[in-house]
Structure formats: structure tokens, C-alpha cells
Design a protein around this ligand. Structure first.
Ligand code: CP
Ligand code: NVA
Length: 298
């Protein structure tokens, strides 16, 4: 039993064996195995909007016998300039864990550095590990452990955490992006060190050819300050259509921009797993919380 708080800033802040344990626990919790009663308080520090992450964490900690305190944009002194490091130290006096969506990954790193309780990444510009937990659970449910997934779209936060998570679980991942929109090289390096960097291409059709599932996400993420029209032009030919999807499983972290990265018909296809993915956010995060409190005693 360790007294040091764990920070889950990306999926590889878990060891591969820990990731496996959490995925197995998530499946057990989903199957109705209850789980321990956690008399714990979770702070949800959200500087950006959220539907799934906020509600699944809030409902989830309630199901486990704990409680959440939601701190939305402009609801804390952060909005009036209180430093993140001071916020981290103050929150640590009241709550047992902080899940934070603060935009810049460096801000999350600072929060974790100064907090004396575990910090969980609830989305940054670089990573979305909670989404990856749910994605890996969903892919296993649909296709078992030897699945092949094609990412078609932006090499963004969701894609980057998936690339690392894929390497940790032997999931075969091919990423198709327009030139210039690839995942960061350091993410490829981390994936390579953990089991294998993803295949990369600029051809969506080639990426999906051997895939069991096709994953996409918005072309312009919340933290990206870019020329939107220019970016949309760069992604012409990368839309996941019903035709490109074929009989493969559709994955999307949501929210979707129908008519941009994915068509309405693809999102509503019989093989769409997006609502299963959304449900699995709850089970995966509950498993993460149970695991976290099991090995970290405040
Ligand atoms: N997928 C995801 O994180 O959704 P929200 O932005 O609604 O939390
Ligand atoms: N890539 C998206 C994910 C939202 C859950 C974004 O960062 O806006």
C-alpha cells in the first residue's frame, strides 16, 4: 500500500498490468458485480464543457457511495487568476481525488505536481486517458483482444491516448491523417517503447482495408486555436461515410459533428458502437476509482 498519490495524466501512467486489472474490473462492474462502497469525494474541475465525462464521473462516484463536487468554468478562483498550484493545494484539503479538464496539458501537470491527492486527466489538448479506458473495453467487447482499429481523422488528444493504450494492449492501430496532422512524435516513441508504434498513412481507404473498427473524432478540438475553414479543407476525403465504414464497427468518442468527420448514416449504422462507448465511460472510470482507492490510502 503506497501513500504517494497517483496521477493518471495519460494512459501510460498506468503500468500495462494495472491497465489490464482496471479493464477486467470494469467488465466485472458492468456485469453487475457491485464494487466496494467508497465514502470518498471527487472534485470535477472543468474549465471546458463536457457531457459524458462530467456526468459519468458524477453518476459513477455516486453509485460507488461517494460524492462529486462539480467546479465548472468560471466557478472557481482560477477564473480570477488564482494560480493552479494554489488551487491544487487548497482542493487537496477537502477532496480525495481530482478529475480535471483544464485545456493545456502543462496546466494539468502543474495541478498534479502540487496536489496531495490523485489527479485524473479528464481531457487535455494532448491526451484523454479516460476515453481510452472506455475505448479498449468497447473494442474488446466487440472484437476480443486481437482487434484491428483504423483511426481516420485528426491526430488529436483522443487518438494520441489510444495509440499509447493500443501499444500497451497489443491492439493493432493504423492512423490515417492528412499530412501535417499526425500524432506527436513523442507519442509514437512512447508507443514504440511500450510494444509498438501505430502504422501511419495519409490514405483512409488503405487504413480501413484490414480493420475491424473505424474510429474518428472532430476535426477541430476544443483546445485548438486554428483557422477552422483551412483545417476543414485539409480534411477533405477523410470523412467517415457509410461506404468507407462498410460492415466495420464505428467508434467515436463524441460529441460528433455530423456532416464533418462522420456522416449521419455512418453514426446511425447498425455497426455503430458509439453509445456502447459512451456507456463504458461510466464502468471504466468506476473501475479506475475503485482501483485507485484500493492502492492509495489517504
Ligand atoms: N468524449 C467525451 O469526453 O465527451 P465530453 O466532452 O462530453 O465529456
Ligand atoms: N478531441 C475532442 C474530444 C472531445 C471529447 C476535443 O478535444 O474537443
Amino acid at each position: 500500500m503506497s501513500d504517494a498519490p497517483r496521477a493518471i495524466l495519460d494512459i501510460d501512467d498506468l503500468a500495462p498490468g494495472e491497465l489490464e486489472t482496471i479493464l477486467e474490473l470494469a467488465a466485472e462492474l458492468k456485469a453487475g458485480d457491485g464494487g466496494p462502497s467508497l465514502d470518498r469525494t471527487l472534485a470535477l474541475l472543468f474549465e471546458q464543457p463536457s457531457t459524458r465525462t462530467r456526468v459519468s464521473f458524477e453518476a459513477g462516484i455516486g453509485q460507488l457511495g461517494g460524492r462529486a463536487v462539480f467546479l465548472g468554468p468560471d466557478q472557481t478562483q482560477l477564473g480570477r487568476g488564482e494560480p493552479i498550484r494554489d488551487t491544487a493545494r487548497a482542493l487537496s484539503q477537502y477532496v480525495d481525488v481530482v478529475a480535471a479538464r483544464v485545456g493545456a496539458h502543462a496546466d494539468l501537470t502543474e495541478l498534479a505536481e502540487y496536489a496531495s491527492v490523485p489527479v485524473i486527466n479528464a481531457l487535455t489538448d494532448a491526451a484523454h486517458p479516460c476515453q481510452t479506458l472506455a475505448d479498449l473495453l468497447t473494442i474488446r467487447e466487440r472484437h476480443g483482444e486481437d482487434a484491428r482499429v483504423a483511426w481516420v481523422g485528426d491526430g488529436n488528444n483522443v487518438c494520441q491516448s489510444l495509440a499509447v493504450g493500443a501499444a500497451m494492449t497489443d491492439l493493432e492501430l493504423t492512423i490515417a491523417t492528412p499530412p501535417g496532422y499526425e500524432i506527436d512524435r513523442d507519442v509514437c516513441d512512447r508507443a514504440a517503447a511500450l510494444g509498438g508504434a501505430p502504422e501511419e498513412t495519409t490514405d483512409p481507404a488503405a487504413a480501413v482495408a484490414e480493420a475491424d473498427a473505424v474510429y474518428t473524432d472532430v476535426w477541430v478540438s476544443m483546445s485548438q486555436s486554428v483557422d477552422r475553414e483551412k483545417k476543414l479543407r485539409a480534411f477533405e476525403g477523410f470523412q467517415v461515410t457509410r461506404d468507407l465504414l462498410g460492415r466495420r464497427t464505428l467508434l467515436h468518442c463524441l460529441p460528433a459533428h455530423r456532416g464533418e468527420e462522420v456522416t449521419d448514416a455512418a453514426l446511425e449504422a447498425e455497426t455503430s458502437a458509439v453509445w456502447q462507448q459512451a456507456e463504458n465511460r461510466l464502468h471504466a472510470q468506476n473501475a479506475l476509482l475503485v482501483w485507485l482507492f484500493d492502492q492509495y490510502q489517504r
